[in-house]
Design a protein around this ligand. Sequence first.
Ligand code: NAD
Length: 292
Amino acid sequence: MQTVITSNGVAIPQLGYGVYLMTSDEVHEHLPQALELGYRHIDTANAYFNEVAVGEEIANSGIAREDIFLTTKLFPASYDADECSNAIDASLKRLGTDYVDLLLLHQPYGKYLEAWPVLEQALADGRARTIGLSNFPMAKIRQIAEIATVFPQVMQVEINPRCNQHKLKQELADHNVAFEGWYPLGHGDPELLHLPVFEELAKKYGKTTAQIIERWHIQEGNIIFPKTLSVEHMQENLDIFDFELTSDEMARIDALPQHPYYTIPDNPPEFFMAKYDYSTQVRPFQNTLLKK
Ligand code: NAD
Protein backbone atom coordinates (compact mmCIF):
# COMPACT_ATOMS: atom_id res chain seq x y z
CA MET A 1 0.00 0.00 0.00
CA GLN A 2 1.32 3.45 -0.92
CA THR A 3 1.73 5.83 2.00
CA VAL A 4 1.91 9.57 2.62
CA ILE A 5 4.55 10.57 5.16
CA THR A 6 3.59 13.27 7.64
CA SER A 7 5.85 16.11 8.79
CA ASN A 8 6.80 14.03 11.85
CA GLY A 9 7.62 10.96 9.77
CA VAL A 10 4.49 8.85 10.23
CA ALA A 11 3.35 6.77 7.23
CA ILE A 12 -0.38 6.97 6.46
CA PRO A 13 -1.76 4.31 4.08
CA GLN A 14 -3.18 6.30 1.19
CA LEU A 15 -6.30 4.17 0.91
CA GLY A 16 -8.39 3.25 3.92
CA TYR A 17 -11.88 2.38 5.06
CA GLY A 18 -14.25 5.03 6.47
CA VAL A 19 -17.04 4.03 8.81
CA TYR A 20 -19.16 7.19 8.83
CA LEU A 21 -22.91 6.43 9.07
CA MET A 22 -22.22 2.80 9.94
CA THR A 23 -24.05 1.40 12.95
CA SER A 24 -22.12 -0.82 15.34
CA ASP A 25 -23.84 -3.86 13.79
CA GLU A 26 -22.69 -2.77 10.34
CA VAL A 27 -19.14 -2.30 11.64
CA HIS A 28 -19.23 -5.82 13.14
CA GLU A 29 -20.39 -7.22 9.81
CA HIS A 30 -18.28 -5.24 7.36
CA LEU A 31 -15.05 -4.13 9.04
CA PRO A 32 -13.80 -7.76 9.24
CA GLN A 33 -14.42 -8.05 5.48
CA ALA A 34 -12.37 -4.91 4.84
CA LEU A 35 -9.53 -6.09 7.10
CA GLU A 36 -9.58 -9.51 5.44
CA LEU A 37 -9.21 -7.87 2.03
CA GLY A 38 -6.16 -5.96 3.26
CA TYR A 39 -7.43 -2.57 4.47
CA ARG A 40 -5.13 -1.35 7.23
CA HIS A 41 -6.38 2.22 7.72
CA ILE A 42 -9.68 2.94 9.50
CA ASP A 43 -11.32 6.34 9.89
CA THR A 44 -13.83 6.74 12.72
CA ALA A 45 -14.87 9.52 15.14
CA ASN A 46 -16.45 9.96 18.57
CA ALA A 47 -19.50 11.30 16.76
CA TYR A 48 -19.87 8.17 14.58
CA PHE A 49 -20.88 6.32 17.74
CA ASN A 50 -19.18 3.12 16.57
CA GLU A 51 -15.72 3.27 18.18
CA VAL A 52 -16.43 0.31 20.47
CA ALA A 53 -17.33 -1.90 17.50
CA VAL A 54 -14.27 -0.68 15.58
CA GLY A 55 -12.01 -1.51 18.55
CA GLU A 56 -13.59 -4.94 19.00
CA GLU A 57 -13.14 -5.85 15.34
CA ILE A 58 -9.51 -4.71 15.33
CA ALA A 59 -8.93 -6.95 18.36
CA ASN A 60 -10.85 -9.88 16.81
CA SER A 61 -8.91 -9.59 13.55
CA GLY A 62 -5.69 -10.78 15.16
CA ILE A 63 -3.83 -8.13 13.15
CA ALA A 64 -1.09 -6.48 15.19
CA ARG A 65 -2.18 -3.07 16.44
CA GLU A 66 0.91 -1.44 14.95
CA ASP A 67 -0.06 -2.72 11.50
CA ILE A 68 -3.29 -0.69 11.54
CA PHE A 69 -3.55 3.07 11.09
CA LEU A 70 -6.47 4.18 13.25
CA THR A 71 -8.00 7.66 13.26
CA THR A 72 -10.56 9.16 15.58
CA LYS A 73 -11.93 12.66 16.07
CA LEU A 74 -13.15 14.73 19.01
CA PHE A 75 -16.41 16.67 18.82
CA PRO A 76 -16.61 20.32 20.04
CA ALA A 77 -18.20 19.69 23.46
CA SER A 78 -14.96 17.88 24.40
CA TYR A 79 -12.66 20.77 23.48
CA ASP A 80 -12.58 22.58 26.87
CA ALA A 81 -9.10 22.37 28.38
CA ASP A 82 -10.33 20.67 31.54
CA GLU A 83 -12.29 17.99 29.63
CA CYS A 84 -10.27 17.36 26.52
CA SER A 85 -7.62 15.04 27.96
CA ASN A 86 -10.30 12.88 29.61
CA ALA A 87 -12.23 12.80 26.34
CA ILE A 88 -9.11 11.44 24.60
CA ASP A 89 -8.71 8.77 27.28
CA ALA A 90 -12.40 7.83 27.00
CA SER A 91 -12.10 7.51 23.24
CA LEU A 92 -9.00 5.28 23.58
CA LYS A 93 -10.90 3.14 26.07
CA ARG A 94 -13.83 2.72 23.67
CA LEU A 95 -11.39 1.80 20.91
CA GLY A 96 -9.59 -0.67 23.19
CA THR A 97 -6.18 0.79 22.48
CA ASP A 98 -3.67 3.00 24.24
CA TYR A 99 -2.98 5.19 21.21
CA VAL A 100 -4.49 6.35 17.96
CA ASP A 101 -2.45 6.98 14.83
CA LEU A 102 -4.27 10.21 14.10
CA LEU A 103 -6.33 12.40 16.41
CA LEU A 104 -8.39 15.18 14.83
CA LEU A 105 -10.55 18.03 16.02
CA HIS A 106 -13.66 17.16 14.00
CA GLN A 107 -15.36 20.56 13.69
CA PRO A 108 -14.08 24.15 13.82
CA TYR A 109 -16.29 25.41 16.65
CA GLY A 110 -16.19 25.96 20.39
CA LYS A 111 -12.95 26.00 22.33
CA TYR A 112 -10.67 24.59 19.66
CA LEU A 113 -7.89 26.94 20.82
CA GLU A 114 -8.03 25.22 24.21
CA ALA A 115 -8.09 21.76 22.65
CA TRP A 116 -5.06 22.13 20.39
CA PRO A 117 -2.43 22.21 23.22
CA VAL A 118 -4.13 19.12 24.69
CA LEU A 119 -3.68 17.35 21.35
CA GLU A 120 -0.05 18.43 21.38
CA GLN A 121 0.26 16.88 24.84
CA ALA A 122 -1.32 13.64 23.55
CA LEU A 123 1.24 13.66 20.73
CA ALA A 124 4.06 14.16 23.23
CA ASP A 125 2.90 11.43 25.62
CA GLY A 126 2.20 8.88 22.87
CA ARG A 127 -1.60 8.77 22.95
CA ALA A 128 -1.58 10.06 19.35
CA ARG A 129 1.08 9.50 16.68
CA THR A 130 -0.13 12.46 14.60
CA ILE A 131 -2.60 15.30 15.20
CA GLY A 132 -4.67 17.46 12.91
CA LEU A 133 -7.83 19.33 12.07
CA SER A 134 -10.97 18.52 10.14
CA ASN A 135 -13.19 21.02 8.37
CA PHE A 136 -11.22 24.05 9.57
CA PRO A 137 -11.30 27.05 7.23
CA MET A 138 -8.03 28.92 6.62
CA ALA A 139 -8.84 31.74 9.08
CA LYS A 140 -9.24 29.26 11.94
CA ILE A 141 -6.16 27.27 10.86
CA ARG A 142 -4.23 30.55 11.21
CA GLN A 143 -5.60 31.02 14.73
CA ILE A 144 -4.38 27.54 15.64
CA ALA A 145 -1.00 28.24 14.02
CA GLU A 146 -0.56 31.30 16.25
CA ILE A 147 -0.79 29.26 19.45
CA ALA A 148 0.66 25.98 18.17
CA THR A 149 4.05 24.55 18.95
CA VAL A 150 3.25 21.72 16.52
CA PHE A 151 1.62 22.75 13.24
CA PRO A 152 -1.30 20.39 12.37
CA GLN A 153 0.22 17.43 10.58
CA VAL A 154 -3.00 16.38 8.84
CA MET A 155 -5.98 18.27 7.42
CA GLN A 156 -9.10 16.21 6.76
CA VAL A 157 -11.48 18.13 4.50
CA GLU A 158 -13.96 17.43 1.74
CA ILE A 159 -11.97 16.51 -1.38
CA ASN A 160 -13.31 15.15 -4.65
CA PRO A 161 -13.14 16.29 -8.28
CA ARG A 162 -15.85 18.85 -7.49
CA CYS A 163 -13.89 20.21 -4.52
CA ASN A 164 -10.20 19.70 -5.23
CA GLN A 165 -8.95 21.97 -2.40
CA HIS A 166 -6.11 23.29 -4.54
CA LYS A 167 -6.46 26.70 -2.88
CA LEU A 168 -6.17 25.36 0.67
CA LYS A 169 -3.26 23.13 -0.39
CA GLN A 170 -1.51 26.15 -1.88
CA GLU A 171 -2.06 28.20 1.27
CA LEU A 172 -0.54 25.43 3.38
CA ALA A 173 2.22 24.54 0.94
CA ASP A 174 5.00 25.53 3.36
CA HIS A 175 3.83 23.24 6.14
CA ASN A 176 4.12 19.73 4.68
CA VAL A 177 0.53 18.92 5.67
CA ALA A 178 -0.92 15.52 4.73
CA PHE A 179 -4.34 15.98 3.12
CA GLU A 180 -7.13 13.53 3.75
CA GLY A 181 -10.24 13.78 1.58
CA TRP A 182 -13.66 12.95 2.88
CA TYR A 183 -16.49 12.41 0.37
CA PRO A 184 -13.82 11.11 -2.04
CA LEU A 185 -16.59 9.81 -4.32
CA GLY A 186 -18.95 12.69 -3.55
CA HIS A 187 -20.77 10.35 -1.16
CA GLY A 188 -21.48 8.10 -4.15
CA ASP A 189 -23.22 10.86 -6.12
CA PRO A 190 -24.25 9.17 -9.42
CA GLU A 191 -23.98 12.48 -11.27
CA LEU A 192 -20.31 12.77 -10.30
CA LEU A 193 -19.61 9.09 -10.99
CA HIS A 194 -21.07 9.41 -14.50
CA LEU A 195 -19.41 12.58 -15.72
CA PRO A 196 -18.27 12.01 -19.33
CA VAL A 197 -14.56 12.41 -18.50
CA PHE A 198 -14.74 9.54 -16.01
CA GLU A 199 -16.78 7.35 -18.39
CA GLU A 200 -14.20 7.92 -21.13
CA LEU A 201 -11.20 7.19 -18.90
CA ALA A 202 -12.91 4.16 -17.37
CA LYS A 203 -13.26 2.70 -20.87
CA LYS A 204 -9.64 3.52 -21.75
CA TYR A 205 -8.15 1.88 -18.64
CA GLY A 206 -10.68 -0.94 -18.19
CA LYS A 207 -11.62 0.42 -14.76
CA THR A 208 -14.83 1.76 -13.20
CA THR A 209 -15.51 5.47 -12.96
CA ALA A 210 -15.11 5.23 -9.16
CA GLN A 211 -11.61 3.79 -9.69
CA ILE A 212 -10.72 6.64 -12.06
CA ILE A 213 -11.75 9.18 -9.38
CA GLU A 214 -9.82 7.26 -6.72
CA ARG A 215 -6.76 7.12 -8.97
CA TRP A 216 -7.00 10.90 -9.43
CA HIS A 217 -6.95 11.24 -5.61
CA ILE A 218 -3.88 9.01 -5.30
CA GLN A 219 -1.98 11.02 -7.92
CA GLU A 220 -3.11 14.26 -6.21
CA GLY A 221 -1.42 12.93 -3.08
CA ASN A 222 -4.71 12.68 -1.18
CA ILE A 223 -5.35 10.09 1.49
CA ILE A 224 -8.87 8.64 1.07
CA PHE A 225 -11.11 6.11 2.81
CA PRO A 226 -14.17 5.50 0.66
CA LYS A 227 -17.00 3.97 2.59
CA THR A 228 -18.93 0.96 1.36
CA LEU A 229 -20.79 -2.00 2.78
CA SER A 230 -20.20 -3.99 -0.41
CA VAL A 231 -17.31 -6.44 -0.58
CA GLU A 232 -17.21 -5.96 -4.34
CA HIS A 233 -16.72 -2.20 -3.95
CA MET A 234 -14.16 -2.75 -1.16
CA GLN A 235 -12.15 -4.89 -3.59
CA GLU A 236 -12.63 -2.46 -6.45
CA ASN A 237 -11.48 0.48 -4.34
CA LEU A 238 -8.22 -1.31 -3.49
CA ASP A 239 -7.54 -2.14 -7.12
CA ILE A 240 -6.28 1.26 -8.25
CA PHE A 241 -2.52 0.86 -8.08
CA ASP A 242 -1.87 -0.82 -11.43
CA PHE A 243 -2.49 2.08 -13.79
CA GLU A 244 -1.65 5.76 -14.04
CA LEU A 245 -3.54 8.76 -15.43
CA THR A 246 -1.48 10.98 -17.73
CA SER A 247 -0.77 14.58 -16.76
CA ASP A 248 -3.25 15.73 -19.44
CA GLU A 249 -5.94 13.51 -17.96
CA MET A 250 -5.19 14.81 -14.46
CA ALA A 251 -5.45 18.36 -15.81
CA ARG A 252 -8.84 17.63 -17.40
CA ILE A 253 -10.16 16.42 -14.05
CA ASP A 254 -8.59 19.37 -12.25
CA ALA A 255 -10.42 21.70 -14.64
CA LEU A 256 -13.90 20.45 -13.67
CA PRO A 257 -16.16 23.15 -12.21
CA GLN A 258 -15.92 23.31 -8.45
CA HIS A 259 -19.17 22.76 -6.49
CA PRO A 260 -18.38 21.44 -3.00
CA TYR A 261 -21.06 19.21 -1.49
CA TYR A 262 -20.55 20.84 1.89
CA THR A 263 -20.25 24.46 2.97
CA ILE A 264 -18.66 24.99 6.39
CA PRO A 265 -21.25 27.08 8.25
CA ASP A 266 -20.02 30.14 10.17
CA ASN A 267 -22.29 29.33 13.08
CA PRO A 268 -22.48 25.77 14.31
CA PRO A 269 -25.78 23.93 14.31
CA GLU A 270 -26.90 22.78 17.75
CA PHE A 271 -26.06 19.12 17.15
CA PHE A 272 -22.40 19.99 16.58
CA MET A 273 -22.15 21.62 20.01
CA ALA A 274 -24.20 19.24 22.16
CA LYS A 275 -22.62 17.07 24.83
CA TYR A 276 -23.14 13.38 24.09
CA ASP A 277 -23.02 10.24 26.13
CA TYR A 278 -20.75 8.11 23.96
CA SER A 279 -21.26 5.05 26.13
CA THR A 280 -24.57 4.43 24.30
CA GLN A 281 -22.89 4.01 20.86
CA VAL A 282 -26.12 4.91 19.07
CA ARG A 283 -25.88 8.09 17.02
CA PRO A 284 -28.56 10.45 18.35
CA PHE A 285 -28.54 12.93 15.44
CA GLN A 286 -28.59 13.17 11.67
CA ASN A 287 -26.06 15.52 10.10
CA THR A 288 -28.55 17.56 8.15
CA LEU A 289 -25.83 19.78 6.67
CA LEU A 290 -24.39 17.06 4.49
CA LYS A 291 -25.98 16.58 1.10
CA LYS A 292 -26.75 12.97 0.37
P1 NAD B 1 -17.76 8.50 -0.10
O1 NAD B 1 -17.41 9.54 -1.07
O2 NAD B 1 -16.75 7.53 0.39
O3 NAD B 1 -18.98 7.71 -0.75
C1 NAD B 1 -19.57 6.61 -0.14
C2 NAD B 1 -20.64 6.10 -1.09
O4 NAD B 1 -20.03 5.68 -2.30
C3 NAD B 1 -21.43 4.94 -0.54
O5 NAD B 1 -22.78 5.16 -0.84
C4 NAD B 1 -20.92 3.74 -1.32
O6 NAD B 1 -21.91 2.79 -1.56
C5 NAD B 1 -20.45 4.38 -2.62
N1 NAD B 1 -19.29 3.63 -3.15
C6 NAD B 1 -18.17 3.22 -2.48
N2 NAD B 1 -17.33 2.58 -3.31
C7 NAD B 1 -17.92 2.58 -4.53
C8 NAD B 1 -17.55 2.08 -5.80
N3 NAD B 1 -16.40 1.43 -6.00
N4 NAD B 1 -18.40 2.27 -6.85
C9 NAD B 1 -19.57 2.92 -6.68
N5 NAD B 1 -19.98 3.45 -5.50
C10 NAD B 1 -19.17 3.26 -4.43
O7 NAD B 1 -18.47 9.25 1.14
P2 NAD B 1 -18.47 9.02 2.70
O8 NAD B 1 -18.62 7.63 3.12
O9 NAD B 1 -19.49 9.91 3.25
O10 NAD B 1 -17.02 9.51 3.12
C11 NAD B 1 -15.93 8.61 3.30
C12 NAD B 1 -15.41 8.68 4.70
O11 NAD B 1 -14.94 9.99 4.98
C13 NAD B 1 -16.44 8.43 5.80
O12 NAD B 1 -16.77 7.08 5.97
C14 NAD B 1 -15.75 9.03 6.98
O13 NAD B 1 -14.77 8.14 7.49
C15 NAD B 1 -15.10 10.28 6.36
N6 NAD B 1 -15.90 11.52 6.52
C16 NAD B 1 -15.41 12.50 7.32
C17 NAD B 1 -16.12 13.67 7.49
C18 NAD B 1 -15.57 14.77 8.36
O14 NAD B 1 -16.31 15.71 8.69
N7 NAD B 1 -14.34 14.70 8.78
C19 NAD B 1 -17.36 13.88 6.83
C20 NAD B 1 -17.82 12.84 6.02
C21 NAD B 1 -17.08 11.68 5.86
